[in-house]
Design a protein around this ligand. Structure first.
Ligand code: NAP
Length: 252
């Protein structure tokens, strides 16, 4: 039997207050997972948690900035105290404060992007390992991007961070397999969220990007949730170190 059920599983999703993270959190909750929704601002998280509970799901919220290790440590202290274990970790939150050529990137841009997009997820996994082990094993899913495979023009530093996520996924997958912890990555293509408004909100750039997508449109955030559910459920019990593209054929 293929098993997509998450009943009895505790799942932590970062960047769950909107966009792709919100869609993934709602999909996991609909499959029975008890969701811990994480981002910086409690207001957005509370709204999503409320919507999940209205649909009969389980969700609570914990605020954490992915760029600060002390906040990440405090987050896992909270999870440990509240649940004592964790089955699923989804590293989805990311930022991109630099839209421009690599030659114009400043140290502050580099540090912010690498702190939030790469260092944060790295330590999220490291801190999660004891709790995943306490659950008897589990699944980690990192959200990279098609830009991690093929760097996007004017998004070079961000693309470098997303390439790092792919390597980190494979490195952790190899190291954690003996602990029964699987680590995979989702590589979204252009998806209609607040994050992509710098591109989709500008008609000229929008049209240029869309014409490169064989399916001829951007994705809706919900279209990322199926692949995420696969990767963190027992349906993917023999899948680790994998990168799943959801890109409308863009990298085909
Ligand atoms: N949209 C696309 O076209 C696209 C394409 C490929 C890959 N992706 C990837 O998909 C993931 C989700 O993107 P999205 O499009 O859904 O973005 P989004 O709609 O802007 O949502 C970003 C989420 O991350 C949270 N967040 C931002 N900075 C944070 C920080 N420093 N610490 C903790 N949480 C933080 C935000 O909440 P707060 O503001 O409350 O912190 C929000 O919940 C990202 O990894 C992105 O790189 C997106």
């Amino acid at each position: 039997m293929v098993d997509f059920s998450l009943t009895g599983k505790i799942a932590l999703i970062t960047g769950a207050s909107r966009g792709i993270g919100e869609s993934i959190a709602k999909a996991l909750a609909a499959q029975g997972a008890q969701c811990i929704l994480v981002s910086r601002k409690p207001e957005g998280l509370d709204k999503v948690a409320e919507e999940i509970r209205k649909e009969g799901g389980m969700a609570e919220t914990m605020a954490c900035h992915m760029g600060y290790l002390d906040q990440i440590q405090a987050l896992f202290d909270n999870v440990k105290e509240r649940f004592g274990k964790l089955h699923i970790l989804i590293n989805n939150a990311a930022t991109n404060p630099h839209f421009g050529e690599l030659t114009t990137a400043e140290e502050g841009h580099w540090d912010k992007i690498m702190d939030v997009n790469l260092k944060g997820p790295f330590f999220m996994i490291q801190k999660a390992v004891p709790l995943l082990e306490a659950a008897g094993g589990g699944a980690v899913m990192n959200v990279s991007s098609i830009n991690g495979v093929s760097p996007a023009f004017l998004q070079g530093v961000y693309s470098i961070s997303k390439a790092g996520i792919i390597s980190m996924t494979k490195a952790y997958a190899k190291e954690l397999a003996p602990k029964n912890i699987r680590v995979n990555a989702l590589l979204p293509g252009m998806t209609d969220t607040k994050f992509s408004q710098a591109i989709l909100g500008n008609k000229e750039i929008h049209d240029y990007v869309i014409q490169q997508i064989p399916m001829g449109r951007a994705a809706q955030p919900d279209e990322m949730a199926g692949a995420a559910l696969y990767m963190v459920s027992d349906a993917a019990s023999y899948t680790t170190g994998a990168c799943i593209l959801c890109d409308g054929g863009m990298l085909a």
